[in-house]
Design a binder for this molecule. Structure first.
Ligand SMILES: [Fe+2]
Length: 247
């Protein structure tokens, strides 16, 4: 089956303007909020404010750094298909961009979320390996619905909405936060609950994807995040053979 392409020439001047507004606003907003690797990765990938990134230029750069590339999808795809793509080091991105009157809220992720939120950190070898190891674990359980629910929660509270400590300060590394002006600020308010990173608790915590999150798990050291895949694997296996309480 033919993979959809970005069709870069169809972006209008207004699209490039919206990208620039989003990029400039959010890179300023993320100062002192995001994991410091993020800015280095923006430079490595050359994702910038000049306009909508062209995947034909971005992909060779990203592949040269860590072996990953962007695979265009036309909307949300089934979780098993998503994991199969991750396992081949393809990260999915839509190609449509929100309108100027939608800067702050979207019901479905657009390419600003997918490309600004997810792609830069995939230029970091250690982070990219973490996502790949997640995919390996997903492939191992690809036919097991219960395991996929657990992995979906793990993905949600790490790759989408993960927080970390860096030199003692609270920092964002989840793409849902990196790409959202409002939610990146929301995590620094008293309205939210921060819990220590705990893989088992994460896997037993359902989430809502239709509202702003109020609960986040904070990893103390990024090395703990890399190590958490082994723990996730053990927990899934225990739960699947019924040794743990029902999820
Ligand atoms: Fe996402």
């Amino acid at each position: 089956m033919k993979t959809p392409a970005q069709e870069y020439d169809k972006y209008t001047n207004d699209d490039h303007d919206v990208w620039r507004i989003l990029f400039e606003r959010q890179t300023a907003n993320l100062r002192d909020k995001v994991w410091s690797r993020f800015y280095a990765c923006l430079e490595l990938t050359d994702i910038n404010s000049y306009g909508v990134p062209d995947f034909r230029q971005l992909n060779p750069r990203l592949t040269g750094l860590t072996g990953w590339d962007i695979r265009v999808v036309k909307g949300i795809i089934p979780v098993d298909e998503f994991i199969r793509l991750l396992y081949r080091r393809h990260f999915c991105s839509s190609t449509w961009l929100r309108r100027r009157d939608q800067l702050d809220y979207l019901e479905e992720p657009d390419m600003f979320h997918d490309t600004f939120g997810h792609i830069p950190l995939l230029a970091d070898k250690q982070y990219a390996d973490f996502v790949y190891r997640f995919a390996e674990l997903g492939m191992k359980h690809i036919h097991d619905e219960k395991a996929l629910v657990l992995l979906d929660r793990f993905y949600w509270f790490t790759i989408e909405f993960g927080l970390m400590k860096e030199n003692g300060a609270l920092r964002i590394y989840g793409a849902g936060l990196i790409s959202s002006f409002g939610e990146a600020n929301h995590v620094y308010t008293d309205a939210i609950e921060l819990r220590p990173f705990d893989v088992q608790e994460i896997m037993q915590t359902p989430f809502r994807n239709d509202q702003v999150q109020n609960l986040y798990f904070v990893v103390q050291d990024m090395r703990d995040l890399w190590a958490s895949i082994d723990e996730a694997e053990k927990i899934i296996e225990c739960i699947l053979i019924g040794k743990k309480e029902k999820v």
